[in-house]
Write a protein of this length. Structure first.
Length: 179
């Protein structure tokens, strides 16, 4: 009898451990906003693509230093299903002035404070806690695949984008073979 109970406990614990190891990724908060060029960006419409969101500000020296690297990264995925978005709480006038010196090679969404509120962590007092730059990589299913902040994250972003593209490519090939 003791052995049976022991085996049942082991099985229950094994299933519980297995369930915890397959954590689901959080869904990205959807938003719709006007880009600097006037086009409307709706995150829900980008499902099926990889979306790399960078929260930045014109007052962030680290952000300014990273722009050329992000531009190169965006250019390397130009013909792929990867979308790069730069969100800032700064207004259009500040952003227009800033990009004359440091141009972006992807869509910028000024006045994005409402979106920042959806993505930022808050401390115990409800204060926003987000450093600049902060990057969110959203996979093809609309889940947050990666969140990182600080300088020099381009290689990490690149390897994760490549991994997601390869994963999607392998999945597409499997579906084609099954048909």
């Amino acid at each position: 009898m003791r052995i049976s109970i022991g085996l049942i406990l082991i099985l229950v614990c094994s299933f519980a451990a297995f369930g915890q190891s397959s954590k689901t990724k959080p869904l990205a908060e959807t938003f719709s906003a006007a880009a600097l060029d006037g086009t409307m960006i709706d995150l829900a419409e980008l499902k099926g693509k990889i979306v790399m969101i960078t929260f930045w500000t014109t007052r962030c020296a680290i952000c300014a230093e990273e722009i050329p690297q992000l531009n190169k990264l965006a250019a390397s995925y130009k013909d792929k299903d990867v979308v790069f978005l730069g969100l800032t709480t700064d207004n259009e006038t500040k952003v227009q002035s800033f990009i004359k010196k440091k141009p972006f090679a992807f869509n910028l969404l000024p006045n994005s404070f409402g979106i920042l509120l959806k993505y930022a962590k808050k401390d115990e007092n409800g204060n926003i806690n987000m450093g600049y730059p902060t990057h969110f990589l959203i996979n093809q299913q609309g889940e947050i695949e990666l969140k990182t902040d600080g300088f020099d994250k381009v290689e990490m972003l690149n390897s994760n984008i490549t991994r997601l593209l390869l994963k999607n490519s392998a999945s597409s090939q499997t579906q084609t073979i099954e048909k």
